[in-house]
Design a protein around this ligand. Structure first.
Ligand SMILES: [Zn+2]
Length: 61
């Protein structure tokens, strides 16, 4: 059965995604992240989510 996952960034259902630790990031968000500049306001937002992902991953170890 095909598993549907939700993107941890935009919370949308992601038919195509990459897996980062225990979370999923859809293709669209992955593309946005890879083209983001350090001074982009969204960079800080994604940075916070990444920190959260890491945190969640580390506590479940
Ligand atoms: Zn997404």
């Amino acid at each position: 059965m095909h598993k549907t996952v939700s993107c941890c960034m935009c919370k949308e259902k992601a038919p195509k995604y990459i897996r980062v630790l225990d979370e999923y990031i859809c293709e669209e968000c992955e593309r946005v992240i890879s083209t983001l500049d350090m001074d982009d306001v969204r960079y800080e937002y994604y940075n916070i989510i990444f920190k959260k992902i890491w945190h969640n991953f580390l506590v479940t170890l």
